[in-house]
Design a protein around this ligand. Sequence first.
Ligand code: SF4
Length: 501
Amino acid sequence: MPTTNKKTIHANELASAIQCPRKALLARTQMMPPILRPDHHEYQRMLEKLLEKSGLQQGRVNDPTSRSLEILKQDGKGRDLRFEAKGLRTTIPVMVKKEDGTYKAMYPICSTAPKENLLASLFIDTCIVELCGLQISEHEFLYLDKTYIRQKEAKPEDFFAFQNHVKKMHGGYYRQSVDEQIAAMRQLITPDELADLAWKVFRTPVQRQRARHVKLCTSPSKCPFYNECWGVDDLPDNAAPLLSSSSSRNEFEEQGIYTLDQIKAGQIEGTGLQYAQIQAAKNPDGLFMDRPALQEWMDELVYPITYLDFEWDTFALAPYPGMKAFGVLCFQYSMHIEHDDGRLEHSVYFSTGDCREDFILHLLEEIPASGSIMVFNMEGAEKLRLMQLAEQFPAYRQPLEALCARMVDLSVPFETGSYYDLRQRGKSSLKTLLPLFSKHDGYKLLDVQNGMDAVFAYRKASSSKDPKEKEQIAQEICDYCSMDTYAERELFLGLKKKLEG
Ligand code: SF4
């Protein structure tokens, strides 16, 4: 059985093993797929400027512990200090010696609030440093101040705030300080015991580390090893574990329930979508359609129908005036306009840099003055983006709010269970649905195939100095966004046909 042969365990790996040991082991032996994180270039730049001011001597990559100890001996403070003991290693971002000879550690975090899941990493760091003969007695987070609205002239310190409490996962801060919480953890386990335990976990063959249903499997996003653990991709379309948002999913097998049609009403939460899934499994054609609900939804539509889709990027630190931490900037839209006589028009917009006002102006000029605006998942996406733009550019608030009022969400019939096809396998994204309604599954033919690709491509276009490359990337992103609005139209027409049939 293969075991990991890495010689050290990083504090972050150990912190991850506390949440799910299997995930930590798999991540050590396999390539992790890329994750889309907010753009943090500006965050890094401002943080660097801020730390530069402190004049701290900086550790280097692969420094031995002895060099970090030397820096601290010389200056009593330092940054990016590496420590290793008993096979555990970590880097402390900032350390400053206190009068009593112990140290204060400061952690910059790319977030608007330090959360409780950071406690494990901090405790592990404290233990590693203790094994190296030093004591950290005070902790502080340097985090992004979410109330700060970027001004034209901004200093690095404007963006950051300090905190030594962590936020609970479900909101609200712990009354105890981080130092008090870490001191309490230290009563439970010594650094030596922690190191022994860590190696016990990391020397276990992955195959012996059984998958357990934990929050991390699906939250904050689906674990990259989900299929490896639960084999969901190999299940038949009517399999009971494909029931949407069900907390009972893991107990079905023990109860002898293998298919959706075996599930009884009292055994689940009973959402509209769950009901639709169970009914579809009972129907020979694998379909469920709530005709009255669908008809009611369709009756609200007014021509011309504008199928609209935006692409955007999120910035950890506000790059332009009027934006806040983790603000969003729309760089692309596509709209297909369908008139009641069947005429179809199409237009796209793409730009880089601070294109917010230009985006608004083009959108307002090109979108029809009346009719329904069809979007997919409007509340957390297009509608929210327009409301944010209205906040930043109050002069356009009224026309932007008017667009929001005309929006109709195409995801609603699928999310609420007015329509379910067993081939959806519990999913209801545009990409899952398109092949069920259209022979033209164009996503596979595109260079940019999903929203994450689009953001990575946009970042490449933003930093490219080559106009030809920029143009090429812009075209690829436009093709992707246009496919989204094309897919929206295919879905709508498909639903309409099903209803008429
Ligand atoms: S899917 Fe769940 S059990 Fe499997 S590795 Fe991920 S978090 Fe762990």
